[in-house]
Write a protein that binds this ligand. Sequence first.
Ligand code: IMP
Length: 200
Amino acid sequence: MARRFDAEKLVIASHNAGKVREIAELLAPHRVAVVSAADLALDEPEETGETFADNARLKAEAAAAASGLPALADDSGLCVVALDGAPGVYSARWAGPNKDFGHAMERVRVALDDTPDREAYFVCVLALAWPDGHVESFEGRVYGRLVFPPRGDKGFGYDPIFEPVGEDRTFAEMDPAEKHAMSHRAQAFDLLMAACFAAK
Ligand code: IMP
C-alpha cells in the first residue's frame, strides 16, 4: 500500500515554469501549500536516468533531501512512434540550451521527413519522495498524432504539434482545464491522488 501524504507543504521539484504551473493547478483543490525548487534555489540535478521513472525519482529525491520537505517531481516527454520513441527522455534537450521549443518541434518535423506515420504519445511519471528516502511513482500517457505547422499559443513545450486522439485541436489550442482533463500529467496525477492523497 502506498504511503499517504500528510504534510502541510510540498516542493514541486522542477525549474520548468510551465510544469510548475500545471502541477500547482492540479494540486490547488487539495489544500497543500506548494513551493517550487526554483523558489528555494535548489540545484537542478542532472537527468542521468535512461527512463522517465529514473529521472522523476532522482529529481524528487534530490529536492526532498535538500529541502527536508516531501517533493514531487515530474519527468515527462514526447515519444514519436516512427522515431523509435525519440525525443523521449531527451525531450527537453532537443530544445537546446535556450529551451527553444520552436527549434525542437522543427527538429521533430525534419526527423519525420515524409514518414506518413504521425503517431505519438506523451508520457509523464510523477515521483513523490519523502526526506527519509521513501518514494512513490505513478505513470500516465496520452496518445495522439503530430501536426505541422504548429498551432496554438497555450500550454508549453511540444503542445502546438500534438493533437490527442479524438480531437482536432492541439493541446496548445485548448484551455488549461481541457488539457488537464486528458493529459498524461493529469492521468499520473489522478493515480497519485488516489494512492497518496485520497480523502485529504
Ligand atoms: P523534463 O521532464 O524536465 O526532462 O522535460 C520534459 C520535456 O518534455 C518538457 O520540457 C517539454 O518539452 C516536454 N513535455 C512534457 N510534458 C509536456 C506537455 O504537457 N506538453 C508539451 N510538452 C511537454
